[in-house]
Structures are given as C-alpha cells and as structure tokens.
Design a protein around this ligand. Structure first.
Ligand code: TXA
Ligand code: MG
Length: 319
C-alpha cells in the first residue's frame, strides 16, 4: 500500500504524535519531525542512517518565529531573510537554549529557513512547533524531488509522504553562515550566489572540503548515485574511454550522436540553468535505475545555478 497522501490533517496528527512525515518543499522533500521531540529527532537520524555529527535544518512558517529560535540576527541575515524568505536560503545563526543539542549536533548555531511550498507552509501553520527536516534520502544518496522517490527509499520505515508534487527548484537550499556578522556560503544551492551578492555584497564561498566541515553537505562524497559517476568537460573523449561498457550520459543541452551510448538525457534543451538544476536529481534517479556501468555528466557553465549543479555533480563523482 502506498504511503503517499495529500491529507494535511493526517500529517498534523502523525507529527503531533512524534512520528515522522516526509514533506514537500520547493527544493527537495524533507524527512520531518517535531524539533522538541527527542523520539522524532532520533528517528530522523536512524531512518536516514545519518551520523549524529550532522546537524538538521529547522523549518518555520513565518519570520516572526525566528526570534523564538535564534538569539541574535546580524543585519545582513535580516536583509537576506527579508529578500528571500519564504525560499531556498538557510541561515545559520546563534541558537536559543531551547533548541535541543541533537538538532544542532552540539553546535551553538542553528540552521533555519522558511520553505516556499504552499502545502508545507499550510502544515507548519497548523503545528505548534517547527519541523526539523533533512532531505528525505538515506545518508549521502540522491535527494528526492518527488513523493515517489521518498516512497522508494522509506516505504518500510515511515508512515506518510505528504504529496506536494514535483519540487520546483530541485536542489537543496543555499546555506549561509555568519563570521563576525559577515555572511559566508557554506553550501551552494538553489539561490544563486549572484542573487545573494545583489543583496549583501561580495560573499565568500567556504564549501570546500575541510578538516571539520561547517556543513557536512560539504562532505566530499554526497548526493551520489550507486552507479559510478564521472564529471567532465571533454564529453566525447570520456565516452570513448568507456568503450564496451554500458554508458549513460547527462548533457547540459545537446544531444550526442554516438551508438556507444545506452542512455542520454539533457538537463535543459534550451540551455536554461534554472531548468537544469530542477532536472538534475530526477535524471540521476532515472539513470541510476538502468544498471549502467557509468554515468558521464557534462560540466555546466560555472555561474548562476550552473555553479550549484557542478558542486553536486562533483560530490556525486567521489569514490
Ligand atoms: O533545501 C534544503 O535545505 C532541504 C529541505 C528539506 O529544506 N534540506 C536539506 O537538509 O538539504 P540536509 O539535512 O540534507 O542538509 C542540511 C545541511 C547539512 O549539510 C548540515 O550540515 C547543514 O545543513 N547544517 C545544519 N545545521 C547547521 C549548523 N548549525 N551549522 C552549519 N551547518 C549546518
Ligand atoms: Mg541532504
């Protein structure tokens, strides 16, 4: 029996009862639980097989609730919240004592955002507590962009996926932290860096592999299909290298005429980076089911959402 449903009151009942519900957002589906329920938060980590050192994002329905959760809002954080919420920007701010340590992996900061999805906003408004929600996929695998992806992962471990259709932007939120009140990008995502800089000025990207990652979404291998994946600027030469293998190809926009290819998909036939980002995970999910020996992906232009897609693809290729 399917666990996919559009019944918001059923989701309210389950969440109130400390159960998990997968929820739609404009970026990817999240695996949600009451931030104040230890039982629910533990279940999130266990269901995803996520290490406890990797903190969760708190989802709220309105900017008025921000001060319940965080202690201090730098001016540029306020400007970003005003400009982009509801929307795919997550702000990492000093947490209030009331936020459980399990949510923040013991850090003194908490990640928070207002998702821009009508179903989940309606759900959050009916709940007396915010929702912690990491992407609804097993740790380090491809994030889900439709209800079916979540059901395929978790039908035996959760009771409900709240169906909100296909996620519009299709890759995770951009995560921004603050160092001496100045914003820093911890994870590239669906809000392009250029749009952020238009609000707060030049911003540093600090999402490279580091000793102790600030946001484990920066971990080298992440967002990865089971099939070996390769990212390249030399598409034809790379395809040639896998002569005799079952090859799947992801191009930016072109179609390649080569009988050695078993499957190919373009991220955006019109060369639109926003469309390319929205199709990325859906295409990775499809190709990953085809028993290919290798998925070869073409690197996108490195600006706008092209930068975010390249970031995800490069993490998908790590062995
Ligand atoms: O678009 C999204 O952000 C989706 C939807 C469901 O909202 N959520 C999502 O969650 O991508 P998750 O758990 O897959 O990624 C959350 C990232 C992780 O890389 C985590 O390390 C980082 O946020 N994070 C959470 N709290 C943090 C904190 N206090 N400091 C630094 N990074 C934090
Ligand atoms: Mg994730």
């Amino acid at each position: 029996m399917s666990i996919i449903s559009t019944d918001i009151s059923k989701a309210v009942a389950l969440l109130t009862n400390e159960e998990l519900v997968a929820i739609p957002t404009e970026t990817v589906y999240g695996l949600a639980g009451n931030i104040y329920s230890e039982k629910a938060i533990k279940a999130i980590f266990e269901t995803k097989k996520r290490p406890f050192f990797n903190p969760l994002i708190v989802h709220i329905p309105s900017i008025n609730l921000l001060s319940d959760i965080v202690d201090y809002i730098p001016e540029k954080a306020q400007q970003l919240a005003d400009a982009f919420w509801p929307g795919p920007i997550t702000l990492v701010l000093k947490k209030k004592a009331i936020i459980p340590d399990m949510i923040t992996a013991g850090k003194d900061t908490v990640a928070v955002r207002i998702p821009n999805h009508p179903t989940t906003l309606a759900l959050l408004k009916q709940l007396p507590f915010p929702l912690a929600a990491p992407s609804a996929n097993p740790f380090s695998s491809i994030s889900p962009t439709c209800a079916q992806h979540v059901e395929d992962y978790f039908k035996d471990s959760i009771k409900m996926v709240l169906d909100g259709g296909v996620c519009e932007s299709g890759i995770e939120s951009t995560i921004i932290g603050f160092i001496n009140d100045e914003p820093v990008i911890y994870r590239l995502g669906s809000t392009p860096i250029e749009a952020i800089e238009a609000v707060v000025g030049k911003i540093e990207i600090k999402n490279k592999k580091e000793v102790a990652p600030d946001a484990p979404g920066m971990l080298e291998r992440h967002y990865a299909p089971k099939t070996k994946t390769v990212l390249t600027t030399q598409l034809l030469e790379t395809i040639n290298k896998y002569n005799g293998k079952r090859v799947g190809v992801i191009t930016f926009q072109s179609e390649i005429n080569d009988s050695a290819i078993d499957a190919q998909m373009a991220l955006s036939k019109t060369g639109d980076l926003v469309e390319a980002a929205s199709n990325l995970y859906q295409i990775l999910h499809q190709l990953d089911k085809m028993q290919l020996d290798v998925i070869i992906a073409e690197k996108l232009p490195n600006y706008g959402l092209g930068k975010s897609v390249n970031d995800r693809l490069s993490r998908a290729t790590k062995a």
